[in-house]
Design a protein around this ligand. Structure first.
Ligand code: AKB
Length: 324
């Protein structure tokens, strides 16, 4: 990767990875695009362009004008929003990915397309979910991710497009809020713990899901994109995870630092049913073996950094503090 174009650059992953990639490759080398236009950090630190990823011609023009050799395609609807708006989710998640892959084929770019633990369905083994477990998701988001993985494989086989990807777990971060996901409760819990000291979880006690702290997610993307292709037995959809937690586990980790923190439950049936169809804990050994994936943050280290960063931002009134 030398000249990179990102879509969804103002989202939860996009806002942090844009900054990191600009540190690594130079500000001008990283074009941030998003359907929204605002003056957040990702938009300010280097080139920014408004882009609707469902417009194939605009997609191609943006990548071509930037002379991109890599596309990081993050624009998508997440699970809960996708379940509420399934037609829009299919159009955006699949239409956007197809435009990204076509642009990569036409301009000979490498491409990163994220999948998710949502690609698995209830029939996959719940714990230690293998890399090659069956993909029979029951949500529109999961279906778009499972189909997207296959579309990426197709572009590699048919057109030799260097398409790579990860199955992300829930991502925990403090720079930009997640939106419309099922795992968002974890970020919300930290924000509320640090703010009011109370949180009401829409996901129930005992619902275990994989999670990862954002710096590990960003490092994994950069590492996979730079990995020696001859070591990769598969390119897309590597399982990656750093921890498997339920709301009680996060709450216990928070209480080490904020002993008065209280957690109660008010279950959201939609998001609970989505979570119930996902694995509890996936197996990321293929990623470790093929490109040395090693997350650095466990739950307590994540908690420590989240609470410290959120407190600092609140005390300094720093721009970019998450308000949920
Ligand atoms: C979501 O909850 O929808 C996402 C995901 C696990 O892909 N965070």
């Amino acid at each position: 990767m030398k000249r990179i174009m990102l879509t969804g650059a103002l989202g939860q992953i996009g806002s942090e990875i844009t900054i990191k990639l600009r540190e690594m490759y130079g500000n001008d080398a990283v074009l941030a695009t998003d359907i929204r236009e605002d003056l957040s950090l990702a938009a300010q630190g280097g080139p920014f362009r408004a882009l609707d990823v469902t417009d194939g011609q605009a997609f191609h023009e943006a990548a071509s004008a930037h002379r991109a050799d890599a596309i990081i395609h993050l624009a998508a609807l997440l699970s809960a929003t996708a379940e509420a708006k399934p037609m829009l989710a299919w159009q955006l998640n699949m239409g956007g990915l197809l435009n990204a892959l076509e642009t990569a084929r036409e301009l000979d770019c490498q491409i990163f397309a994220p999948s998710s633990i949502a690609a698995f369905g209830p029939d996959a083994p719940r714990r230690g979910t293998p890399q090659d477990a069956p993909l029979r998701p029951e949500t529109m988001y999961g279906i778009s991710k499972a189909a997207g993985e296959q579309l990426c494989d197709y572009y590699y086989r048919k057109f030799a497009v260097d398409a790579r990807g990860l199955r992300f777990p829930g991502l925990i971060s403090h720079a930009a809020p997640p939106g419309g996901g099922t795992t968002d409760y974890a970020v919300e819990m930290y924000v509320h713990a640090e703010g009011s000291g109370h949180y009401t979880s829409y996901i129930g006690k005992g619902t275990f899901l994989d999670m990862m702290y954002m710096p590990d997610a960003i490092a994994a993307v950069a590492q996979l994109m730079e990995a020696d292709a001859s070591r990769l037995k598969r390119r897309t959809a590597y399982n990656v995870t750093a921890m498997s937690v339920d709301p009680e586990a996060i709450s216990a980790s928070i209480r080490r630092r904020l002993p008065d923190f209280t957690l109660r439950y008010e279950i959201d049936p939609l998001r609970q049913s989505i979570a119930d169809g996902w694995p509890d804990a996936i197996d990321s050994s293929a990623a470790s073996e093929e490109w040395d994936f090693r997350p650095a943050y466990d739950l307590d280290r994540t908690t420590d950094e989240m609470l410290e960063s959120l407190a600092r931002k609140r005390l300094c009134g720093e721009k970019g503090a998450i308000l949920l």
